[in-house]
Write a protein that binds this ligand. Structure first.
Ligand SMILES: Cc1cc2nc3c(=O)[nH]c(=O)nc-3n(C[C@H](O)[C@H](O)[C@H](O)COP(=O)(O)OP(=O)(O)OC[C@H]3O[C@@H](n4cnc5c(N)ncnc54)[C@H](O)[C@@H]3O)c2cc1C
Length: 495
């Protein structure tokens, strides 16, 4: 029987809530720590920029037992997601497990030699330590802003110019009558550029390095969830761990797969006018698809068409008296620079000796099933990975992790097997699918089904697919169905 553990859950976003529920449900004593004053993580209201909405349609962005309200739009806005997460916490009475305004500042193995970790916790200006048998790290990929500066910034700011990280762009009123320059080409960059253009900015320039494929919410008039999120589509990308037979089948089907992706590219080119805007990517789409593939912000191409947003390839060089100098040498007017340069991945509170075991020299993370590393015992990650259905994925990994911690898989892998799997995955990312190296190799898209299949198989779930083979092959992952798959895994209580 699994012993009852005292479990720390660090983070109170989508993943922290899933982890707290999963460990609590099995009878563990959960203590959650959230450094903010509220749950929600990236969806916490003070952290979201105006008009932010999900990239995932609402039925791909929900827990298995808690659909988003029917009155929500297909792509809910930030405050709606925030309210949804609160309703999930209320439904499962999770608030009682969390300490808000409380940060974990460091963790180390217990000094008394017992399994588990000692956490250093800071709240209200006081620091103290507390021991735990197991730690679930749920701090996400968006907790530490990437901060960059360019020459001349201090003088630019002294003259009244503003430079901010994309997550600090929370008040559109600041752009009225201003020249705004956004650095970056991701979804947050286009969201902010569109928002600024629609809120009275004098000019909006988006400066970005590379053209990337962007997927509109409707591809050729069809909601992208009905085209791109299906097993049939996923199997066309070069997956890991193919058997010799699967390799032969892939070779035979290669021409059809090629035609399929060229067709998709043609639709995107025509629908978005990529050529006209000089935004045609060099890389074939099947090689590029990963978590960094952005959706098209509604209004973005319309703003390019009417000239309210203009673009430039390159990056910032320096701020000067005459404006912002770009790497191309062009000088553009700038009152506000928004740096949509993302987030720095990491676990800053983990001592260096463990970081070295977790992160390889090229920045790739050593994690089995995107959650655990045998050199870091008694801990695991939930939501450290990204994909296009992160709520469902967090819930599945949380349920996987509690069973891993309790050694409740029908067949527990040995340490050697875990390391061999990690090495196989690293080799696949480095040599077969370089796109999978984004975000430290912690992106499971576009292989949602394959990843979920592995998690469910480990847990011993007897049901892993919908009864209707056509629906299973040609429909997006169904959260409620995954609830029934999870329920088909052996159940137990720690005690
Ligand atoms: C604008 C935006 C839109 C997105 N849209 C989608 C989408 O449509 N579909 C999708 O699948 N994904 C989307 N994502 C990805 C999103 O990050 C995940 O969906 C999900 O919200 C991540 O939840 P999380 O709990 O893992 O991490 P977070 O939401 O980042 O939560 C981590 C929490 O940990 C806390 N924390 C961090 N460090 C500490 C510490 N030391 N001590 C205590 N607490 C700490 C933070 O305060 C935070 O509340 C989006 C992300 C952003 C930024």
């Amino acid at each position: 029987m699994a012993s009852r553990k005292k479990v720390a859950v660090i983070g109170g976003g989508v993943s922290g809530l899933a982890a707290a529920k999963a460990f609590d449900e099995r009878g563990h004593r959960v203590v959650g720590f959230e450094r903010s004053h509220d749950f929600g993580g990236v969806w916490e209201l003070s952290r979201s920029y105006p008009d932010v909405q999900t990239q995932s349609p609402k039925d791909l962005y929900c827990y298995t037992d808690h659909p988003m309200p029917s009155e929500y739009p297909e792509w809910p806005k930030g405050p709606q997601v925030h309210a949804y997460l609160h309703s999930y916490a209320d439904k499962h009475n999770l608030a009682r497990l969390f300490r808000l305004n409380t940060s974990v500042t460091s963790m180390d193995r217990r000094a008394d030699g017992a399994p588990g970790w000692t956490l250093t916790i800071e709240a209200g200006g006081h620091s103290r330590t507390e021991d735990f048998d197991f730690v679930s790290v749920c701090t996400g990929q968006f907790s530490e802003k990437t901060i960059i500066t360019h020459p001349g910034q201090a003088a630019f700011e002294a003259r009244g110019g503003q430079v901010m990280h994309s997550s600090d762009y929370t008040d559109p009123l600041i752009v009225e009558g201003k020249d705004v320059v956004v650095l970056g080409g991701s979804k947050s960059a286009t969201d902010i550029a569109v928002n600024a253009a629609q809120n009275g900015a004098k000019s909006v320039r988006m400066v970005y390095r590379e053209n990337v494929w962007r997927v509109p919410y409707y591809v050729g008039g069809i909601n992208f969830k009905n085209l791109l999120y299906m097993r049939a589509q996923e199997q066309q990308f070069n997956q890991w761990g193919k058997s010799p037979l699967q390799r032969v089948i892939a070779a035979v089907l290669k021409p059809m797969v090629w035609v399929n992706f060229r067709g998709l590219e043609t639709i995107l080119k025509l629908q978005l006018g990529l050529k006209k805007h000089g935004m045609l990517p060099d890389q074939p789409i099947e090689k590029a698809v990963s978590c960094s593939l952005p959706l098209v912000t509604p209004g973005f191409f319309e703003c390019l068409n009417d000239g309210t947003i203009t673009t430039a390839r390159g990056t910032f060089d320096s701020y000067g008296d005459d404006g912002l100098r770009l790497s191309s040498g062009e000088v553009v007017p700038c009152d506000i620079a928004v740096l949509a340069v993302g987030w720095t991945l990491g676990v800053p509170f983990l001592p260096e000796q463990f970081q070295n075991k977790l992160i390889e020299e090229d920045g790739q993370y050593r994690v089995y099933r995107l959650s655990v590393n045998p050199d870091l015992p008694d801990m695991g990650f939930v939501g450290f990975n990204s994909n296009f259905a992160t709520v469902l994925s967090a819930e599945l990994i949380a349920n996987w992790l509690v069973r891993y911690a309790d050694r409740q898989f029908p067949q527990m892998p040995t340490e050697a097997e875990v390391n061999a799997n990690i090495d196989m995955m690293l080799d696949w990312k480095r040599n077969e699918r370089p796109a999978a190296q984004v975000y430290g190799g912690l992106c499971s898209a576009p292989f949602h089904f394959k990843h979920f299949d592995e998690l469910l198989a480990d847990m011993g779930a007897s049901k892993r697919k919908r009864a209707n083979p056509l629906a299973e092959q040609f429909r997006y992952p169904n959260a409620a169905a995954y609830g029934t798959f999870l329920a088909s895994a052996p159940q137990y209580q720690a005690g």
